[in-house]
Design a protein around this ligand. Sequence first.
Ligand SMILES: Nc1ncnc2c1ncn2[C@@H]1O[C@H](COP(=O)(O)OP(=O)(O)OP(=O)(O)O)[C@@H](O)[C@H]1O
Ligand SMILES: [Mg+2]
Length: 258
Amino acid sequence: MKEPDAHANPPVDGSELIRFDHVTKRFGGNTVLDGLDFSVDAGKHVTLIGPSGSGKTTILRLLMTLLKPDEGTITVAGEQLFPASEKQVREVRKKIGMVFQQFNLFPNMKVLRNITEAPVTVLGLSKDEAEQRARDLLDLVGLADKCDAYPTQLSGGQQQRVAIARALAMRPQVLLLDEVTSALDPELVAGVLDVLRDIARTTDITMLCVTHEMNFARDISDQVLMFDSGHVIESGPPEKIFGDPEHDRTREFLGAVL
Ligand SMILES: Nc1ncnc2c1ncn2[C@@H]1O[C@H](COP(=O)(O)OP(=O)(O)OP(=O)(O)O)[C@@H](O)[C@H]1O
Ligand SMILES: [Mg+2]
């Protein structure tokens, strides 16, 4: 398996890449994030766990600048996201790749073009450079032979692997993964998780994952954050959170999902 090239401006390992300071997000009268504080260091793999509807996707959508916080600050690689000029937001967005539960591939484009589109239009790569990068990434996710397929000609697991390749093609500093296997048939889950395990093992990319796959979380995470009622209620290495959690709420949650 080939490793993707290093990122354009790699952050110094161990420096803080993402920071939420007292972030509050409300939808009408529903306070979803309530003074949320957490940070993710460059190169680390952090997993966010917590009950359905607790706000995990909201955290990722704030990072993608798809939502704005009501209070607090969010910083990515030292740049504050809100308030920020459009140019700053564009620059920050280039540092972040996201893979969604529902792959969201461009249905009218072949696999190769799905991956080359943004590097050409946003990063200004030549078509040849972008195609070479896309072919290397398709190799990485085990789909070298699918360049000319349309998304509907692929299985869900294959589509999700294309979506991962597409996110990596932008050489983001951080990859956000939102329950990327939860829409897949059970027999397709392992292949996608294996690709992500390889990426975690062979690249220096920072990962922030929301997942219900607790074995995967245990394998790849440097740190697990248990999130509920708008806060991180407990965090630590996976051995601690899964093996000896402090909080009753964490025990109760893990009892229900493990
Ligand atoms: N655009 C929106 N407008 C109104 N309410 C919203 C919006 N987006 C999310 N919410 C509400 O915010 C809360 C958190 O939603 P979110 O999708 O972040 O949860 P989650 O932790 O990702 O849940 P799940 O594990 O089911 O994916 C929910 O109560 C949801 O109904
Ligand atoms: Mg969600």
